[in-house]
Design a protein around this ligand. Structure first.
Ligand code: ADP
Length: 390
């Protein structure tokens, strides 16, 4: 058996469907061949996150998101994770598929009469007697998997070993390497003379940074702003252009307090492995779709400390380039072979607020980023993590 890495097996099904039994068996089979396998069982996880142990839909949903983020943190580091959990939420499964390198969703679909007969935890009979509420698949809204990779009717007609064989035979689909216009940017950085001075936005942000804190830059390009920030704070800078990152790593290999990583900034491993005081995104949110914008905002929220600040500068729908080129979705166009999505200030503010930020500054104005003869209105936002302590 070939060893694998960076894969999440998300084993889901109603209570009693056989998640723990099958997940355990799968774990021991994989462990015969490799060490990087972790089993996370819902009952164990639930006991660990004891702060949110009720069974309301909201608590279940929050827990499911926590488990999903834990799984991703591990798959990013090459682990094979087997997570056995009911977590019947479409958005959580969608997040898993988008955020893990390899993802196998296994749905143990077992008829209710079989589950009721098994009733190992006594939940179904207790619900019938009115003693248990919010039981998935019975008296609670349940979003069953819509497109699992594997569906197994674990009603006892096939053995546990046969179930695991089905899972092991599955050809894992790995996420295709991200493409954030990498070819465009590689050419751009190869052919444009280096702009060394920091942007006006970076100069505005610099004044607000406290010495010795940590900053994550999403889409650092040629590193002009990151290097400037590193005079004051510890910088982690991400960009999709392998050309830009390898040039930066060569140029600044002896410089401490700054590291350049080639990754997809929407779901980069760096967003999940530590927390930062600041996150900086200049002209990057308009390079991704609205859906990806929501993903990255949510990921940044979790990657920031409780007092964290998110600095954003982005093109607005009032830009002179708006409408040029081929339409490519809401407020988006492909112009000169390059994707750009123009932002509505109020919409972006709403997305930030919905994801746990408080807007401390927002403005759309000319003069923020003049370039040659052009001086379009540009959006600037500073958002602060919204929690009870600030
Ligand atoms: P879950 O983790 O989904 O709640 P479990 O793995 O704990 O489910 O299984 C619930 C019960 O059903 C256990 O007693 C288990 O031994 C039994 N079980 C699971 N799969 C089968 C099967 N294929 N045939 C018979 N019993 C099964």
């Amino acid at each position: 058996m070939k060893s694998i890495k960076g894969v999440l097996y998300w084993i889901t099904g109603l209570s009693g469907a056989g998640k723990t039994t099958i997940g355990n068996y799968l774990y021991y089979i994989l462990r015969q061949n490799q060490d990087n396998v972790v089993l996370l069982d819902g009952d164990i996880l639930k006991a660990i996150v004891a702060d949110s142990c009720t069974y309301t839909e909201e608590d279940r949903h929050n827990r499911a998101h926590k488990y999903a983020r834990l799984c991703k943190t591990l798959t990013d580091q090459g682990m094979v994770v087997i997570c056995c959990t009911i977590a019947m939420f479409d958005d959580v499964r969608k997040w898993n598929r988008e955020n893990n390198r390899g993802y196998v969703e296994v749905f143990l679909d077992v008829p209710m009469d079989v589950l009721k007969k098994r009733d190992q935890k006594g939940l179904y009979s207790s619900q019938a007697r009115g003693l248990t509420k919010n039981l998935s698949g019975v008296d609670m809204r349940t979003e069953f998997p819509k497109n699992p990779d594997i569906t197994i009717c674990n009603d006892g007609s096939i053995s546990i070993k046969e179930c695991v064989d089905i899972i092991l035979k599955h050809q894992i689909q790995y996420a295709t390497a991200f493409d954030r216009d990498t070819t465009y940017w590689n050419l751009f950085y190869a052919s444009n003379p280096e702009i060394e001075h920091p942007s006006l936005f970076a100069q505005y942000v610099y004044e607000q940074l406290e010495n010795g804190k940590t900053l994550l830059e999403l889409g650092c390009g040629n590193g002009r702003d990151s290097v400037y920030f590193s005079e004051k704070v510890d910088v982690t800078a991400i960009d999709a252009s392998d050309k830009a990152i390898s040039d930066l790593n060569k140029k600044y290999q002896d410089r401490s307090g700054i590291r350049f990583l080639c990754d997809d900034f929407v779901c980069a491993a760096a967003l999940f492995q530590r927390q930062y005081d600041y996150c900086y995104s200049r002209f990057t949110l308009h390079a991704i779709s609205e859906e990806q914008e929501l993903s990255v905002i949510s990921n940044v929220r979790h990657a920031l400390k409780d007092s964290g600040l998110f600095f954003i500068e982005v093109r607005s729908i009032n830009d002179e380039l708006y409408g040029k080129g081929k339409p490519a979705g809401k407020n988006a166009f492909i112009y000169n072979g390059h994707y750009r999505r123009f932002i509505v200030l109020e919409e972006l503010k709403n997305h930030l607020v919905q994801n746990g930020f408080r807007i401390t500054y927002a403005e759309e104005a000319k003069g923020f980023a003049p370039f040659g003869d052009s001086d379009p209105p540009i959006i600037r936002i500073v958002a602060k993590v919204n929690n009870s302590n600030n």
